[in-house]
Ligand binder design. Structure first.
Ligand code: UD1
Length: 419
């Protein structure tokens, strides 16, 4: 297994460009199942999760053409070869569940493996199932699979009791072909949901309210394939912002989705970080000592759970006491035990972590446990004294394109050691 070695501490200085958002590409790829023509998706990053979804689409019967250098993905699904999203694919990437909505909408049936336990909590799909049932689908769970059948889906009023991003996306993907009007209450407001809605509208769907907590979808008979550009990745951008802030860096982040990063920017400014919009991007200048801040993750537009681990690394090196509360997932503190091995002073009580900044971390061998936790360990390694070795970095490759090359370009002493 590949490992990453980082020699710290090191100031990051220079420019970095942000690529398209993984969490926006995946639902667009799912949307391609709705039509038989070629969908063209541009600004696509090279990531393992996207490869996994490609494999799933090809398994279902899609033709896929990739030009990763150009960031272009072309997909068409003239017919269905299989209606099943197998366990191996859903297990490695929970977002495979996004195939459910479009498969039922177009082919009237789908069989998706239950995702099972996940490193960051139980992550059930009960809300996806509840919504499809309300739309008239017959749902049964057998042998670890959810089987969904619907001769015709009908519009329904669906209210989520928990805000769910892929749940909201799945209902939109299913409802575009339903008979009548579907209303989603307590819908997710994430920019990636809006990106999917805009694309579906371009394809001919009738959708109103995306970006608010009530989304209305009026079913239509036919949709057409289109070309669409993916929005920039706010989590990749946020990760580089924190990297610059915690290394006393001076980094210009190009193609930075500033408007999607409000909650993070407010917090970073409170730490003493200077953030300013320039003609070519967003400049982030770190300062020492880092002031401790409290953070509570929330659905968008709140502080993103996908930035919690990175922020915790920064707080581990800050000058005071920080309380970090994770409200979105019940078990998303796996990075804590690794950070402690670097000398961080963190105690956990349920969903709350109390971080007493120790100013300087010391390098240690570390193990990545999930995607964003991996990023937090890389950041800690940049700030720590000595050589940090992060193993199991395949998690990192799921969601960050060439992160070590980008950090190297900013002056980090970092290298990947091939297995
Ligand atoms: C998406 C993102 C992920 C991000 C998360 C929260 C993608 C591909 N992934 O994941 O990066 O961390 O949003 O911002 O976009 N829940 C249920 N029942 C369900 C569905 C969800 O109880 O049927 C719960 C989850 O366990 C969790 C909460 O709802 O506690 C939010 O999860 P959700 O928004 O669905 O996360 P994902 O869409 O999987």
């Amino acid at each position: 297994m590949d490992r990453i070695l980082i020699e710290g501490p090191n100031r990051l200085i220079g420019e970095v460009a942000i690529r398209g958002a993984k969490n926006a590409v995946l639902p667009l790829m799912a949307a391609s199942l709705l039509v038989d023509g070629w969908m063209t998706i541009t600004n696509v990053p090279r990531l393992r999760d996207i490869d996994t979804f490609n494999t799933l689409l090809m398994h279902l019967g899609a033709d896929v053409e990739t030009d990763y250098d150009g960031g272009v993905l072309r997909i068409r699904t003239p017919q269905l070869k299989s209606d099943e999203a197998p366990y191996d694919m859903v297990r490695t990437m929970r977002a495979s569940v996004l195939a459910l909505g479009p498969l039922v909408a177009r082919f009237k049936r789908a069989r998706v493996s239950l995702p099972g336990g996940c490193a960051i909590g139980a992550r059930p799909i009960d809300l996806h199932i509840m919504a499809l049932k309300k739309m008239g689908a017959e749902v049964s769970v057998e042998h670890g699979f959810v089987n969904v059948k619907a001769e015709r889906l009908v519009g329904a009023s669906i209210r989520f009791d928990t805000v769910t991003v892929t749940g909201t996306e799945n209902v939109m993907l299913a409802a575009v072909h339903a008979e009548g009007t579907t209303v989603i209450g307590n819908a997710a407001l994430e920019p990636e949901v809006v990106c999917l809605a805009d694309t579906l509208i371009k394809m001919g769907a009738r959708i109103k309210g995306a970006g608010t907590d009530t989304i209305t979808i009026e079913g239509v008979n036919a949709l057409k394939a289109v070309e669409v550009e993916v929005i920039p990745d706010r989590i990749e951008a946020g990760t580089f912002m924190v990297a610059s802030a915690m290394t006393r860096g001076n980094v210009l982040i190009k193609n930075c989705p500033y408007k999607f990063l409000d909650a993070l920017i407010v917090k970073l400014k409170e730490t003493g970080t200077e953030i300013r919009q320039e003609k070519d991007g967003v400049r982030v200048i770190g300062d020492i000592p880092i002031r401790s801040v409290d953070v509570k993750t929330m659905p968008y537009p709140g502080f993103p759970t996908d930035m919690q681990a990175q922020m915790m690394s920064m707080m581990a090196t800050a000058g005071g006491l920080s309380v970090i509360t994770e409200t979105v997932f019940e078990n998303r503190f796996m990075h804590v035990s690794e950070l402690r091995r670097m000398g961080a002073d963190i105690t956990i009580d349920g969903r709350t972590a109390v971080v007493r900044g120790v100013r300087a971390l010391s390098a240690a061998p570390l193990m990545a446990t999930d995607l964003r936790a991996s990023a937090s360990l890389i950041l800690a390694g940049l700030a720590a004294h000595g050589t940090t070795e992060v193993s199991r970095i395949y998690h990192l490759d799921r969601g960050y394109e060439r992160i070590e090359a980008k950090l190297l370009g900013l002056g980090a002493k970092i290298k990947r050691v091939k297995a």
